[in-house]
Design a protein around this ligand. Structure first.
Ligand SMILES: Nc1ncnc2c1ncn2[C@@H]1O[C@H](COP(=O)(O)OP(=O)(O)O)[C@@H](O)[C@H]1O
Ligand SMILES: [Mg+2]
Length: 299
């Protein structure tokens, strides 16, 4: 052996072998897998706030397949709340339960309650069309209608029967302004919306979602089809809009949740697992499941 080889051999025998990390325990996940109950961690700060939506013991089935399990959570008023969790954990289903968009799916059954400003969402006398007007919604892929920018934005007012030109024009400008799009389109309001870039189209969809002054804005991964620059613009916009609206946003992007939201709910396998102020969920989560999910080690 050369001196070098000897040194390496000696060093090798002295160095402790790296130990595999002790397996993490996931009590909540174990309970879910074992079909046992568990109590989600809802931080006191969330419960102390005024809420605009209250979800109470809510479950949903698509035919035989259960997608949501006994979810209870308030949505704080005037804040941005992010729903995070692995793909298929029920985030979109929960979002679409608030405006009863799931009603359109054949074979859907629900149990439990959701209320919007104290009024039941699933009551027998609820007019679903009226209910949906109280909630603006934006989807993953921008979906401008094949009509002008102007007609897109004021669409909700048109179907509501508004005909006064002045009212429509003011509402259109106001919504475009709030959606940070007015400067870019002011001189072409009567041109087709489908010619806009993806990011502009999504801001247009946000303008359309807020033109009728909804009580809550529901956003389902609104940036997932956009490039990074367009994404940052939408994130800025969400923070601005949150000064006047309550926003409930689904995102699979953890950085986005920390950038835009004040509260974060972690969902897993159709359950609410932990819900708290965003800073606490990311910096001092109470459950190992939450910590490992938000740091990318789980899920
Ligand atoms: N329209 C539907 N019909 C049947 N099953 C559905 C439908 N939409 C979603 N699901 C199922 O419900 C579960 C939750 O889905 P989803 O709410 O889309 O999750 P996420 O948004 O967290 O990815 C999944 O198992 C999914 O396959
Ligand atoms: Mg989804």
């Amino acid at each position: 052996m050369t001196t070098l080889e000897t040194t390496i051999a000696m060093t090798n025998t002295k160095l402790p072998r790296p130990q595999p990390a002790a397996p993490r325990e996931y009590p909540v996940v174990d309970a879910i897998r074992a079909g046992e109950g568990f109590t989600p961690e809802i931080h006191e700060e969330i419960l102390e706030q005024d809420s605009v939506v209250q979800i109470s013991g809510f479950s949903l089935w698509y035919g035989q397949s259960r997608a949501l399990f006994d979810i209870s959570m308030p949505i704080p008023r005037g804040k941005v709340t992010a729903l995070v969790g692995p793909s298929g954990c029920g985030k979109s289903t929960l979002l679409r339960s608030v405006n009863r968009l799931n009603d359109l799916v054949e074979g859907v059954r629900v149990q439990g309650d959701i209320s919007l400003n104290g009024e039941p969402v699933y009551g027998p006398s609820v007019d679903v069309i009226d209910l949906r007007k109280r909630l603006g919604m934006v989807f993953q892929k921008p979906n401008p209608f094949p009509m002008s920018i102007f007609e897109n934005v004021i669409y909700p007012l048109r179907i509501d029967g508004e005909k006064r030109r002045r009212v429509l024009e003011d509402a259109c400008k106001n919504a475009l302004q709030k959606a940070a799009l007015l400067d870019e389109v002011a001189d072409r309001l009567h041109e087709s919306a489908t010619a806009l870039s993806g990011g502009q189209q999504q801001r247009l969809c946000i303008a359309r979602a807020i033109v009728a002054e909804p009580e809550v804005l529901l956003l389902d991964e609104p940036c997932s089809a956009l490039d990074p620059i367009a994404t940052l613009r939408i994130e800025d916009l969400i923070r601005e809009i949150a000064e006047s609206y309550t926003v409930l946003i689904v995102t699979h992007n953890m950085q986005q949740a920390t950038r835009v939201s004040e509260a974060t709910a972690f969902m897993y396998l159709g359950r609410l697992v932990e819900f708290g102020p965003t800073e606490q969920i990311f910096q001092t989560p109470r459950l190992a499941e939450t910590e490992d999910y938000v740091t990318g080690r789980f899920g």
